[in-house]
Design a protein around this ligand. Structure first.
Ligand code: ADP
Ligand code: ASP
Ligand code: MG
Length: 398
């Protein structure tokens, strides 16, 4: 008998028929003699609607009450799934994040899991039940409900799988694996059957939202293999696990893009190194994650700095920067990134990327590189074309 953690995303539990389909899959796993702990997301895009409501009522994304509201989405799908399993004669119980012992820090809207006490989950499993845990949420030490950041149910599932020492962790979503690019953007994208943690981390951090970045970080830290699959088919998906670190590897394994960011520019301040350090210290004190940075000086000797942040952090960033200089923000940008462990030892990859974009007359607004990725900020309207051109250029088509 194995202990299997299965996570079902929003589309997979998008309506009652889908929930019944998920219940059947769980029943099947149980018939094969396994214990099943399930983590669910909220139904369809219900979290988006809850976010809209919270903002319209005066909340923001860093707010105790916003989190209390957003957490209700997962409670709906968890309870419905437990009811649907009951109808199939499978004993099941739904538990909220707090009831499942998922403890977090107190950063509302992007809380980190600090500890899990899964004793209740274990007891219910040992009583023969399927345990359904609401993803995306936890509780602080003082008893407040928190959420883990958008897409965070993947992280709940991995954390639970690690704590339960599960034999496998299956992430069911609306695509049947991790592809060489978002299959909704590139028709010719190919399924990657096995991908190493580092490349998956890079793809996720550059915007491939198929997995929540922190879920891959956790899986890597604990050596847990993740299996990304479709809830609508039985084909093998993608295994995310440690792969051999021998020399070689693909120059480019995949292309990611991110449309949910903004570029902030601050001018007219005399900062020098100390001024830059102060600016970024203040941003980090406000929990703003800065991604790409370009700095320079204007003709009159004043400093200028441009950087990108997640779109949710624009208003916080503006607040911080307005006390330092003149600020402008643009959301008319997007980022395209090529990712591959083999580029570390292959010169000329950046030149090839820039050539493709320049031949297509796509303006490059900023660039950054890491050992295994190169990213370009481009105009928002051009990002999909950039993804398709780069996918072709680097030979990723099926
Ligand atoms: P879930 O609700 O199941 O968590 P998400 O919407 O968060 O699902 O993630 C799945 C989506 O990720 C897919 O529908 C796809 O459009 C997108 N995606 C982006 N990049 C990739 C990629 N490289 N491979 C597969 N899917 C990707
Ligand atoms: N329901 C949450 C969201 O939409 C968490 C998740 O789906 O992983 O972001
Ligand atoms: Mg997701």
């Amino acid at each position: 008998m194995a202990l299997i953690v299965q996570k079902y995303g929003g589309t997979s539990v998008g309506d009652l028929d889908r929930i019944k389909n998920v219940a059947k899959r769980i029943a099947l796993t149980r018939e094969q003699g396994h214990q099943v702990a399930v983590v669910v997301s909220a139904m369809g895009d219900s979290t988006d609607h809850l976010v809209e409501l919270a903002l319209a009522a005066g909340g923001d994304m860093r707010n105790r009450e916003t989190d209390a509201l957003l957490a209700t989405g997962e409670q709906v799908s968890a309870a419905l799934l437990a009811l649907a399993l009951g109808r199939l004669g499978v004993p099941a119980i739904s538990l909220t994040g707090p009831q499942a012992g998922i403890m977090t820090d107190g950063i509302f809207g992007r809380a980190k899991i600090t500890d899990i006490d899964s004793s209740r989950v274990k007891t219910e499993l040992n009583n023969g039940k399927v345990v359904i845990v609401t993803g995306f949420q936890g509780m602080t030490e003082s008893g407040d409900i928190t959420t883990l950041g958008r897409g965070g149910s993947d992280t709940s599932a991995v954390a639970l799988a690690v704590d339960l020492k599960a034999d496998s962790c299956e992430i069911y979503t609306d695509v049947d694996g991790v592809y060489t690019a978002d299959p909704r953007v590139v028709n010719e994208a190919r399924k990657i059957h096995v991908i190493g943690y580092d490349e998956m981390l890079e793809l996720a951090s550059q915007g491939a939202k198929v997995l929540h970045l922190r879920s891959v970080e956790l899986a890597k830290r604990y050596g847990l293999t993740m299996h990304v699959r479709s809830s609508l088919s039985f084909v093998e998906g993608t295994l995310v696990k440690e792969v051999g670190s021998m020399e070689g590897g693909n120059v480019v394994t995949g292309i990611a893009h991110n449309r949910s960011l903004a570029r902030i520019t601050v001018t007219g301040f005399e900062g020098g190194t100390k001024g830059f350090a102060e600016l970024f210290r203040r941003l980090s004190a406000e929990q703003v994650n800065v991604d790409m940075i370009v700095q320079g000086a204007t003709r009159d000797g004043m400093d200028i700095v441009s950087f990108t942040v997640n779109e949710d952090d624009v208003s916080k960033s503006l607040e911080v920067c307005e006390s330092i200089g003149q600020v402008s923000a643009s959301q008319d940008v997007a980022k395209v990134s090529i990712v591959g462990a083999g580029m570390i030892s292959r010169p000329g990859v950046a030149a090839e990327m820039f050539s493709v974009l320049s031949e297509a007359l796509i303006e490059i607004l900023m660039t950054t590189t890491s050992d295994i990725s190169i990213s370009c900020l481009v105009p928002h309207k051009d990002v999909e074309e950039a993804v398709r051109l780069l996918h072709k250029e680097f030979g990723l088509e099926g």
